[in-house]
Design a protein around this ligand. Structure first.
Ligand SMILES: Nc1ncnc2c1ncn2[C@@H]1O[C@H](COP(=O)(O)OP(=O)(O)OP(=O)(O)O)[C@@H](O)[C@H]1O
Length: 851
């Protein structure tokens, strides 16, 4: 207690505020031009930020300059640290403790400042709760106001969506986090996976209560019920939504003001992509974890950040609604047919600002004059965009254009009120245009007159005292003063009153200067206060239009994505796919969108690289005239993986509403894409390659339907040949139910033995990727043809890879011996050889019963 008594009033204030925060939060305490960090926070902060730790009266402290705070905050947030900001909430007065309040807590999932967020990506905060029957989830992007709930009896279906939304922070009920991670089976694994590398924040369980959650969601949205959003009052995920609202309110230190809508995500309305497929198909990130080389990058022709964000949302939730898919496709078609207008529109879109996020900040009390300038400039650009869109009358594009509102009144108000050049902060002055407000003009003229007066006063005093270098100066602590250097002290007149002694100068004031100082400061203070009032008035005027601004921003984002797709369609000669409810998939001359682009880029630099070779794909789940399963064999490096992936990517693109890299494409809607391809990054998580492969395969066998698309690449290669072959064999049989339909499947393999399945499975057809042999060398022609391949040409490919000749020669010898060996494994191969040469295979058929 004795120690407590000694605290200065300011430290008492610090203690009171610090006590409201959790231990892991770092408190930044505004002190003049610095944010100070004290005590235990100082030790932690100094280490994390690499700044000097000092001690005052034994108390550790560290400080960061207010003007550079953004950079330091960014560093802390990137390390997953929560920051609490305590600001001065009144103008400091000498001798009085300034009022301070917590103004914000910033966590990885609740950042708002544009310097702290990625413009092209959403920043979602995700809340999870596992009920007895279902997983409840809600996610919210505070920067844009997007707010979604979901409830799913099969949690694995939702984890696919989470992978796509890529949450920055996950809120869970206290106590649950560890027990969920320890849950046996897929839930535990998926939960651990989604938490990996993300901030996880436990909050008390009662914040997940459905009844109180519903109430706080309704209060925040400003509605009396949720029927307008098609959501039942007792929707089980409203508990998670309530937890989000609570957390957002706590961190913003106020109710989030930009939440206006709530949407339900349903796995039944979306083509599902499980996390493994998103990774395997390199949808959002390449295998090297970069955007480059991903489908997202190859499909991104957007020119605005909201467009880029919408593209990502569309790609992680491709549609099952034919009408919506066709609407998007038709818009792309309009833009494809009007390249000139499209380029013009794109040019205009480049000039607009991110209204959705500006609104988010304005509504949540992060206001600076330049944001208003952004709204003004964007509104000025809208009529031009709207007029250009009128060139698409009575088309789906015109329907989107119809969602762009008219803001003439607001435009006029902002043009009249805002200065042309805007400062970064309202306190800097100069936000409001001269002539907009009489009162402000009056204070400003007083200040301007005073500046003139001060200049004249300086000249007069120089003349009166004979001190040529006498200066009138100003600083925040001492106000206005007359500065005289030490050498001229003898000339200082009697009426000068000493204010401060410096090393080389003395500072004085006079009664006249004191009087004038009072007037000037008063006028400046009044001017700033009036300017702030007017500034808030303009913000209120903007916020009155919040809903129509949001709708306009959403329409512009759509136009941006669709024009980007049209640009791609023209540049890469894509076709408009035709989608229906059938069970077929027919792609004529399909290409891999990413590999094709990479090959062209390489070709520019590397002579001799070939262009992408297109291939057809034809499947139907009932096996009606087309196979249900395509089994693809072929040499290493021939292009098997590329081929099967391209089919999956084309389906995903088509159901997102984009055009696709093919000459033509007919597609019966796919409900899920499953993949088991390539190595995975699971090794670091303690799973072996084979284990991962089997987990993914199990998921496919358990969850695929006859509407699904399954692509499997080299199943079973992670174990011994016999085990692998047997598993692959059984997997194919499972995917080919007797007398029923099965998922449309592409299966690439090096087990040539599997090609025999075509004899027993009527809906399976063999294909191979052709190569030409020339002088014991192979030439890749990348053509997929009907019929099985006879060998792997592994040794030839190894030679291409640069294995030493001695190793290649030795491998050939071993291969010859193995092929001569009469093992049961080679029976199949021998049999195939005989078959090819028209020999008798009856003996081996008996042996085949083994499989
Ligand atoms: N249709 C194509 N046109 C042009 N180049 C292609 C085509 N398909 C594949 N390639 C090129 O060939 C390379 C190898 O393809 P891919 O990995 O698909 O072969 P693979 O048969 O699956 O090989 P492995 O069996 O060794 O895994 C790709 O990286 C790509 O550059």
């Amino acid at each position: 207690m004795a120690a407590e008594k000694k605290l200065t009033p300011m430290m008492q204030q610090w203690h009171e505020i610090r006590a409201k925060l959790s231990d892991d939060t770092l408190l930044l305490f505004r002190l003049g031009d610095f944010y100070e960090i004290f005590k235990q926070d100082a030790e932690r902060g100094a280490k994390l930020l690499g700044i000097t730790l000092t001690h005052r009266h034994g108390m550790p402290m560290a400080g960061i300059p207010y003007h550079a705070a953004d950079t330091y905050m960014q560093k802390l947030l990137d390390r997953g640290i929560k920051i609490a900001i305590c600001d001065q909430t009144e103008t400091p007065k000498p001798g009085k403790l300034v009022k301070r309040e917590l103004t914000r807590i910033i966590t990885p999932g609740t950042r708002l400042a544009d310097t702290q967020i990625d413009a092209n990506r959403n920043h979602f905060l995700l809340a999870l709760d596992l009920g007895k029957k279902a997983l409840q989830a809600a996610w919210l992007d505070l920067t844009t106001g997007e707010f979604v709930i979901a409830s799913e009896a099969r949690p694995e279906n939702l984890f696919a969506a989470f992978e796509g939304i890529d949450p920055r922070e996950i809120i869970v009920p206290e106590g649950a986090a560890q027990s969920w991670a320890d849950t046996e089976g897929s839930f535990g694994e998926l939960y651990t996976h989604i938490c990996d590398g993300r901030a996880v924040t436990p909050i008390p369980d009662y914040h997940f209560d459905v009844a109180s959650g519903t109430q706080s969601v309704m209060d925040t949205l400003g509605v009396l019920n949720l029927e307008g959003f098609g959501i039942a009052k007792d929707h089980a995920a409203l508990g998670a939504a309530g937890a989000l609202v609570h957390y957002a309110t706590e961190t913003l230190c106020a109710k989030p003001e930009n939440l206006r809508q709530l949407r339900e995500y349903s796995t039944k309305r979306t083509l599902l992509l499980d996390p493994a497929t998103l990774r395997n198909l390199e949808i959002f990130k390449s295998a090297a974890s970069t955007r480059q080389g991903s489908l997202l990058e190859a499909m991104d022709g957007t020119v605005t950040p909201p467009g880029a964000r919408l593209l990502e949302r569309w790609l992680c939730a491709p549609e099952l609604d034919l009408e919506e898919i066709r609407r998007r496709q038709d818009c792309v078609e309009e833009f494809v047919a009007a390249p000139g207008l499209t380029t013009e529109l794109q040019q205009m879109l480049r000039g607009i600002r991110d209204i959705e996020r500006i609104l988010g900040r304005l509504q949540n009390r992060m206001r600076n004059p330049r944001e208003l300038g952004g709204v003004r400039d964007t509104l000025n650009a809208l009529p031009g965009i709207a007029v250009t869109l009128l060139e698409f009358p009575e088309t789906p594009v015109a329907a989107i254009a119809g969602r762009i509102h008219n803001f003439d009144t607001l435009c006029e108000k902002l043009a009249g009120g805002l200065a042309d050049e805007l400062p970064g902060k309202i306190d800097d002055g100069g936000t409001i245009r001269d002539g907009y407000d009489e009162q402000l003009d009056h204070y400003r003229s007083l200040t301007r007159d005073s500046q003139k007066w001060l200049t004249e006063f300086e000249l007069d005093e120089q003349a009166r005292t004979g001190i040529k270098n006498l200066r009138i100066k100003y600083n925040g602590a001492f106000g206005y003063f007359i500065e005289v250097t030490k050498a001229n002290l003898a000339l200082v007149p009697e009426d000068y009153i000493r204010k401060q002694t410096m090393k080389n100068a003395e500072r004085y004031t006079t009664d006249v200067l004191k009087e004038r100082e009072r007037e000037i400061l008063h006028a400046e203070e009044k001017a700033i206060a009036r300017e702030e009032e007017l500034f808030n008035g303009l913000i209120d005027a903007i916020l009155e239009y919040a809903d129509s601004l949001k709708e306009t921003a959403a329409a512009l984002a759509e136009i941006d994505v669709l024009m980007g797709w049209a640009g791609m369609a023209r540049e890469w000669d894509y076709c408009k796919p035709s989608l229906d409810d059938s069970d077929r998939l027919q792609i004529d001359q399909g290409r891999h969108p990413v590999v094709e682009q990479m090959l062209r880029d390489q070709r520019l630099g590397l002579a001799g690289t070939h262009a992408f070779v297109p291939n057809d794909s034809n499947l139907s789940s009932s096996g009606d005239k087309l196979p249900q399963i395509a089994l693809i064999t072929g040499p290493n490096m021939a292009g098997k993986s590329t081929y099967i992936r391209q089919v999956a990517l084309i389906v995903l693109m088509a159901q997102s509403g984009a055009w696709v890299p093919a000459r033509s494409c007919q597609l019966g809607l796919v409900d899920r894409i499953f993949s088991r391809v390539g190595a995975s990054d699971e090794l670091a998580r303690g799973n072996s390659t084979f284990m991962v492969e089997m987990n993914e395969t199990a998921n496919i066998l358990n969850n695929s339907t006859e509407r699904s698309l399954v692509i499997l690449d080299e199943i079973g290669r992670g174990t011994s040949t016999y085990d692998g072959l047997s598993i692959a064999w059984a997997v194919i049989e499972h995917l080919h139910p007797k007398d029923a339909s099965g998922p449309r499947t592409l299966f690439a393999t090096h087990y040539h033995e599997l090609t025999q399945l075509a004899k027993t499975l009527e809906r399976l057809e063999n294909y191979s990727v052709a190569v030409k042999e020339w002088n014991d060398e192979i030439v890749f022609v990348r053509q997929v043809v009907k019929g099985a391949a006879d060998r792997s040409y592994g040794i030839q490919v190894a030679r291409l890879a640069g294995l030493p000749t001695t190793v290649i020669d030795r491998a050939k010898t071993i291969l010859q011996r193995l092929e001569a060996d009469d093992s049961s494994h080679n029976l199949l191969r021998k049999r195939m050889k005989k078959e090819k040469s028209g020999g008798d295979t009856r003996d081996e058929d008996d042996q085949l019963a083994l499989f």
